[in-house]
Design a protein. Structure first.
Length: 418
């Protein structure tokens, strides 16, 4: 097909959205969402406190935050398909190496050094850069759909891995998981990933040559507007930034911390690890529903109203967790918690984009990411430590509930610009 020839009936970029969805499902589903399922089985062999068991997810999140800026530069300078392949090789190898662990610290090192790199690469970061090249007019829709993969991975992988843990053992499970990543992602990348639409004689959004010029010209005009003269200090000290980032950071702390402990919470309520793995999937399924729903809601409501809805759903989930005394009562708590958790990322980016000029949005989002990921990394071991000294999770739920209530009141200080 020539450059001026007829466009295909289905623009190839829409297929790339599906591919990116699958990549993110593997990247997040086998790391963050699978952690509590695997560490629960591993912890039965290596005696360790909950605090130590949670150090793996803590190190993983911390390194993801530290590595993401460098990976972004790498993705700008090198073909995306090569970076994705390297990420899959490192991540898959990490799971295979984990099977040879002789103590819990070997497991934690595999998570911190290998699986964290895979999670950082097989993530919305690389997929967003790829899809932004293929879409201009429909970029937001493309990114929103592909991001559902992060929740889909949490639906698919935990029950499968929970079954294999019960039928075999965790060592065989992580070997199988590593081999799957080593084979599936590189093959998917090789068959489908194209860095630019020009490689297939196409244009962004599947537009004709003339429409493509109009769309790109409009985007270029907006990018060439004079950047706002705002320092990082002004960003960090602005009331809107402090309030929004405080809420998003604490919501991320609550979500990542409890997510890493969900299977263990189920065990504490008399369930098996396999049934705990089902709760992780249920949590992710609720997130699939809420992510586009509350993302769309943020376009309709004000920033303050959107954040109040987010905090209210979090408080309801935490209250249900605190009241749960058996596995059955955990189910509605998990559904509500997943609904709130799936909305954190879209509301985070949408809120800051509406409060700050597009000329400084990148700096604002980057500054908030450094805070959110660094502090969220402390959540899981802190919750594990509270469990070790209290013998339960009730105090954790009550502390999170109280702080969320205070942050809800803090939304009064948000000032929506004209």
């Amino acid at each position: 097909m020539s450059e001026e020839g007829a466009q295909p009936r289905i623009f190839y970029g829409w297929w790339l959205i599906l591919v990116c969805l699958l990549i993110q499902a593997v990247g997040y589903g086998t790391s963050l969402y699978l952690y509590s399922v695997l560490i629960g089985a591993i912890g039965t062999e290596f005696t360790a406190s909950r605090f130590v068991l949670m150090m793996g997810v803590s190190g993983m999140l911390l390194l993801v935050g530290l590595m993401s800026p460098k990976i972004g530069i790498l993705l700008d300078r090198h073909p995306i398909h090569k970076v994705l392949t390297i990420g899959a090789i490192v991540m898959g190898s990490g799971f295979v190496l984990m099977s040879f662990s002789s103590n819990i610290y070997h497991v934690l090192i595999c998570y911190a050094l290998f699986i964290s790199l895979g999670m950082a690469i097989l993530s919305p970061l690389s997929c967003s850069i790829l899809l932004s090249r293929w879409f201009v007019r429909h970029r937001g829709l493309a990114l929103g759909i592909s991001a559902l993969g992060t929740q889909l991975g949490g639906v698919v992988f935990p029950p499968i891995v929970g079954y294999f843990n019960a039928a075999y053992d965790w060592r065989m499970t992580v070997v199988g998981l590593g081999l799957f990543i080593l084979l599936f992602i590189p093959l998917l990348v090789k068959l489908f990933i194209c860095d630019f639409p020009e490689e297939k004689n196409l244009h962004p959004d599947g537009l004709s040559q003339g429409a493509r010029i109009d769309a790109l010209s409009a985007e270029r005009i907006s990018q060439e507007s004079p950047p706002a003269d705002v320092s990082m200090r002004q960003i960090f000290t602005s009331a809107n930034f402090i309030i929004v980032v405080a809420i998003v950071t604490f919501m991320s702390i609550a979500y990542s911390g409890i997510l890493a402990n969900v299977s263990l919470i189920a065990v504490n309520n008399g369930a098996t690890l396999a049934r705990g793995a089902f709760l992780v999937s249920l949590l992710s399924l609720a997130g699939i529903v809420s992510s586009p729903l509350l993302g769309r809601l943020s376009d309709v409501l004000s920033v303050r109203q959107t954040l109040v809805v987010l905090c209210a759903s979090a408080m309801l989930a935490l209250l249900l967790f605190a009241l749960a005394t058996d596995y059955t009562m955990l189910i509605p708590a998990v559904i509500c918690f997943g609904f709130f958790g799936g909305a954190v990322v879209p509301i985070w980016s949408a809120s800051l984009s509406r409060l700050y000029d597009s000329a400084i949005y990148g700096r604002v989002l980057g500054a908030s990411s450094a805070i959110v990921y660094s502090l969220a990394a402390l959540a899981a071991p802190t919750i594990g430590f509270l469990y070790d000294i209290t013998g339960g999770y009730q105090i954790t739920f009550l502390i999170l509930l109280s702080v969320t209530l205070l942050l809800t009141l803090a939304t009064i200080g948000i000032r929506q610009p004209d």
